[in-house]
Ligand binder design. Structure first.
Ligand SMILES: [Zn+2]
Length: 165
């Protein structure tokens, strides 16, 4: 799973919307102040309407705040998941086997040397490839296939002038 840009964008949109609502509410408060500043009695109908509008804006801002908190929660969950995955696969690097298969290989110095299935890796699952020195396969999901490591066959043995088995 990648960092969800849409969730971040959504959070920003909600925050902007909340700021607009807040500005409108501040405007309503200013209008009320102006109404009461006048030496004459304030027009009660207008005061009532302004207060009603203000109450609606506060409710709307409160809703936006709740949605924003939820969205921030989602973002935090995504970041935790992303960090967890980065830590899980830290030290592994993409590696081309001598036969041209692409797998993830354990870091230098880690014993025993092992390899991870690239498809499982992309799905966030750590699956160590199993097999022999020539072919290894993903046993978690057989459809991920097998990976050629070292060439086997008579030509290769002749080239190197030694028998492997
Ligand atoms: Zn796999």
């Amino acid at each position: 799973m990648d960092f969800d840009v849409d969730t971040a964008k959504q959070a920003i949109d909600i925050a902007k919307q909340g700021a607009t609502t807040l500005n409108t509410a501040v405007g309503a408060v200013d209008r009320l102040k102006a109404l009461f500043k006048s030496p004459e009695a304030p027009p009660m109908e207008e005061v009532r309407e302004t207060i009603t509008g203000l109450r609606e804006q506060i409710m709307s801002a409160r809703e936006a705040n709740i949605t924003l908190r939820e969205t921030i929660g989602d973002l935090r969950d995504e970041m935790i998941e992303l960090k967890r995955r980065q830590e899980k696969f830290a030290g592994y690097e993409l590696w081309n086997t001598p036969c041209g298969s692409v797998v993830y290989r354990s870091a230098e110095g880690v014993e025993p040397v092992h390899h991870l299935c690239p498809s499982c890796h992309d799905a966030g699952v750590k699956t160590v490839l199993q097999g022999n020195q020539y072919v290894k396969e993903c046993r978690a999901t057989p459809s991920h296939g097998s990976f050629q490591f070292e060439p086997r066959g008579s030509i290769q043995r002749r080239v190197h002038g030694k028998r492997r088995y």
